[in-house]
Write a protein that binds this ligand. Structure first.
Ligand code: AMP
Ligand code: MN
Ligand code: MN
Ligand code: MN
Length: 289
């Protein structure tokens, strides 16, 4: 029954293609019953998404995906059930977005050194009012013929050692987890397989994360391959972390995964929504239906 739960998705408030409204309608079409919108470093889409979700029979969870620097790597920490009216959360994220804009200018300067001009304006054309992410630069680079699709952009550009890469300092893991908790939320390590950490670093990360009050890890995500589902289910069990699942949907064509297509959580997982009585009631209902 966990197939109808999607706790990781993006709208065009960050780097998704759909508006919050379109995203929720897409989720409804895909049979999702419990949805979290988790835009990067921004909670501006939550209130619209909630309204549309409630009008379309979807139980909505306020979420966010926070960028973190840990041991010189970028990690993503998802917050679920954060309070969008929490002022500290709002202020800290506003600062992150300001820093993102400076980073975007540096990225454009780096691309200009490789002969690719106009990238800031080009990316901005895709972002509109939204924060500037590497995804927006990727769309610009595809448009200009520098790569055939978004995926191949991230092989030739915008990653360490390639044009357009900027070594940005995001907030610490401790700050992100504590920020999410102080806003009433549950902290989740997003797509752990993407960090390619190795055993030792994985153990260190999990211990640190738990020591700050982190409670959950994504097991089934659009960013994981099939073997990762089993691997991270085992890790979640071992470290007594609750398991989350989400598509990480960004829009058709750019996403790792469409909504509603992922397998259920493996049986040895304790779902992150265990004890969330309203979610459990929705799932009991959809099982009966
Ligand atoms: P940023 O937070 O600005 O560094 O942008 C990161 C975003 O770029 C991620 O959230 C993804 O949407 C996208 N991204 C990063 N790596 C890849 C990849 N290998 N393939 C497709 N999209 C990617
Ligand atoms: Mn993204
Ligand atoms: Mn992510
Ligand atoms: Mn994401």
């Amino acid at each position: 029954m966990s197939q109808v739960v999607d706790l990781h998705s993006h709208s065009n408030v960050s780097d998704g293609l759909l508006t919050p409204e379109e995203l929720v309608l897409n989720a409804a079409r895909c049979g999702i019953k419990v949805l979290a919108l988790t835009d990067h470093d921004d909670i501006g889409g939550l209130s619209t998404a909630r309204q549309v979700a409630e009008a379309n029979g979807i139980y909505f969870i306020d979420g966010v995906e926070i960028s973190v620097t840990w041991k010189k790597r970028t990690l993503h920490i998802v917050g679920l059930n954060v309070d969008p009216t929490n002022e500290v959360l709002q202020q800290v994220l506003a600062q992150v977005r300001k820093d993102r804009d400076e980073r975007a200018m540096e990225m454009a300067n780096s691309l200009a050194k490789s002969g690719i001009n106009g990238a800031y304006e080009g990316a901005k054309g895709y972002a509109g009012e939204a924060i500037l992410t590497r995804m927006h630069f990727a769309h610009f680079l595809v448009e200009k013929g520098h790569a055939k699709n978004v995926k191949s952009v991230f092989k030739k550009f915008l990653v360490r050692g390639k044009p357009g890469f900027v070594d940005h300092q995001w907030m610490s893991l401790e700050q992100a987890v504590k920020l999410i908790k102080a806003a009433g939320g549950t902290a989740v390590i997003a797509h752990p397989a993407r960090y390619k950490l190795g055993m030792l670093n994985t153990r260190t990360l999990l211990k640190e994360f738990i020591s700050y009050g982190g409670e959950s890890i994504e097991v089934v995500t659009g960013s994981h391959a099939q073997p990762d589902f089993t691997k991270y289910a085992g890790i979640a069990e071992k470290y007594k972390l609750k398991a989350s699942r989400g598509s990480d949907y960004h829009g058709t064509g750019v996403s790792f995964m469409e909504m509603g297509r992922l397998p259920a959580l493996p049986n040895n997982c304790v779902p992150v929504w265990q004890g969330w009585s309203e979610v459990e009631a929705v799932l009991a209902g959809s099982l009966a239906a």
